[in-house]
Design a protein around this ligand. Structure first.
Ligand code: GLU
Length: 547
């Protein structure tokens, strides 16, 4: 068969360069020895998830701790999945978590010498290489229709055979020249398939940078490399792009392990050196006692937008991911509590080999701890950032009074007090936690545990003597007096010795006042809360709290 003629009939493009020209256009990168070039290669679907961040963080850490490059390539070969603005959203989301690209799609960088970074814009390279494979008898046109392929799959499934296009099932593999040209003449659409040289009885031992040695079976599938619209499949584009962009380490999800044999064969027939691969394990969660993969449909916490809209402190999410990425990170953190996580020596060999367990309680603990290292001013800035983007109009009005919020934050975070409190888990809950300091969001639950007459007597008694100028001890002396006046023990010890002689203790009196003023039975120091609210608002709340 005249393969040259076949190749130029199937791929007639006259703009394709000789292959050496492509090699020249993408010269070796000038990097230090040991520098790793990594990439994130998402489809532009607009959905960026925790797994992407997990993987991107590993890519970014490895590139940046070895003096390498981390770039962004957009795998847009499937137009159906394209969403406008998705690329910007990937960049913005990762940037929010402190993960930044050096090079790539929509990145303004002088390093952008290996593009285009959108696969759709690289069509000629793929076509040039597919054409070369056809000329060398390593690829061929396939005219099978969807229905024919389905019928084959059903037959294979029924016979419990491996499904796919291989061996005797690869019907177009051995079409004669006449048959091919007759099909073309009849206008039948075609795809280009790899003419696999592999044999499944051969095993290959492969060293995965994360999983270690794994044995895979040689590929014998005649996979599609160019679809009928001339656009490559993931497999083909992966081999070509990672070769020309000089990726040294491909970190990708373990769902790609099953196609690894295809990639090994593609690199071989294309004559490209194989990059290193690291297949990351999936993020799992325990759901009703059963461990399962995080799912887009069932778990909102898989989406990265969730962390932003819930107001997680970005550094906390990153640190949490570091704890699951590298098992020795936590210990390093304990020893270096003040250090930046970027100073940690990230190591791909310490990455988990199987199912990483995602534990939101642990994330919450890390988030609380991180937030408790901020000053009131920094806490304000963080909460305010969330409020401006995700808060209500009322939140925005509240946050316009920075001084007032700072006073509240000093109190609820225990800043300047004996013990720093760790109550704020994330911005959203932090903002809701201070709602009661504002009349328009004060939503009291008057859950008193005493009869109305007692409640009213306590409130009226206290309102009559409340003085904003009182310090904590003068304030508490007044609460004790109200307790004594109303049949409550002023001293806890008296109450404990003789509980039946009293209606309750001074703590119960304080609770009544607390419920009236904050609308809740628990709050930070009540004397300070009253001080922040100011006298007229405190008195108004006391009055409104009577039953
Ligand atoms: N586009 C592929 C994905 O989003 C990329 C996999 C890879 O990193 O090679 O899963």
């Amino acid at each position: 068969m005249d393969l040259k003629k076949l190749a130029s009939t199937l791929i007639p493009d006259d703009n394709l360069l000789p292959l050496e020209e492509y090699e020249k256009a993408y010269p070796e990168r000038q990097l230090e020895k040991g520098a790793e070039v990594t990439r994130l290669a998402p489809s532009p679907t607009g959905f960026i998830h925790l797994g992407n961040l997990y993987s991107a963080l590993a890519d970014e850490r490895i590139a940046h701790t070895t003096g390498g490059i981390f770039y962004l390539r957009i795998e847009d070969t499937d137009l159906k999945r394209k969403v406008d603005g998705a690329v910007e959203s990937v960049i913005r989301s990762l940037n929010y978590f402190g993960v930044n690209f050096d090079e790539g799609a929509e990145i303004d960088s002088p390093l952008n010498k290996y593009g285009p970074y959108y696969q759709r814009q690289r069509a000629d390279i793929y076509r040039a290489y597919a054409k070369d494979l056809i000329e060398r008898g390593l690829a061929y046109p396939c005219f099978c229709t969807e229905d024919e392929l389905n019928a084959v799959r059903e037959e294979q499934t029924a016979g419990k055979e491996i499904t796919g296009y291989y061996g005797k099932y690869a019907k177009c593999r051995n079409l004669s020249e006449e048959q091919i040209y007759a099909n073309l003449k009849a206008g039948k659409p075609f795809v280009i398939r790899l003419k696999s040289q592999g044999d499944t009885s051969n095993k290959i031992t492969f060293r995965d940078a994360i999983k270690g040695d794994i044995t895979v079976t040689e590929n014998d599938q005649d996979v599609v490399i160019l679809k009928s619209d001339g656009i490559p499949t993931y497999h083909f584009a992966h081999a070509i792009d990672d070769h020309f962009m000089h990726t040294t380490l491909v970190i990708r999800g373990e769902e790609w392990l099953s196609s690894l044999p295809i990639h090994l064969e593609l690199f071989k027939v294309l004559g490209f050196a194989l990059p290193k691969y690291g297949h990351t394990c999936s993020l799992m969660k325990v759901d009703n006692g059963v461990k399962r993969k995080l799912s887009k449909r069932k778990d909102p916490e898989l989406s990265l937008d969730y962390y932003r809209s819930a107001g997680y402190y970005p550094k906390a999410v990153v640190k949490y991911l570091m704890t699951i990425l590298n098992s020795n990170f936590e210990e390093w953190e304990r020893k270096n509590p003040q250090a930046d996580y970027r100073d940690f020596k990230f190591s791909i060999s310490k990455m988990g080999k199987s199912g990483a367990l995602f534990d939101i309680d642990k994330l919450n603990d890390i988030s609380k701890a991180e937030l408790s290292t901020l000053s009131a001013e920094q806490t304000y800035d963080f909460l305010n950032g969330w409020v401006q983007e995700f808060g209500t109009d009322k939140d925005r009005q509240h946050f316009a009074d920075k001084q007032y919020i700072i006073k509240i934050l000093n109190l609820i975070c225990g800043i300047g007090g004996k013990k720093r409190r760790k109550d704020i888990v994330r911005a959203e809950s932090g903002v809701r936690m201070i709602d009661y300091f504002f009349d328009d969001t004060f939503a009291p639950d008057y859950c008193y545990r005493f009869d109305n007459a007692t409640v009213n007597a306590v409130i009226e008694g206290f309102a009559a003597v409340y003085d904003e100028a009182d310090d904590n001890s003068a304030w508490f002396a007044k609460v004790k007096q109200i307790a004594a006046d109303n049949g409550f023990a002023a001293e806890m010890s008296d109450y404990k010795a003789n509980p039946e002689s009293y209606k309750g203790s001074v703590a119960d009196v304080a609770e009544i006042l607390r419920i009236a003023v904050t609308g809740m039975p628990n709050s930070p120091d009540l004397c300070t809360v009253m001080g922040i609210l100011g006298k007229s608002r405190t008195l108004a709340r006391l009055n409104a709290g009577k039953r």
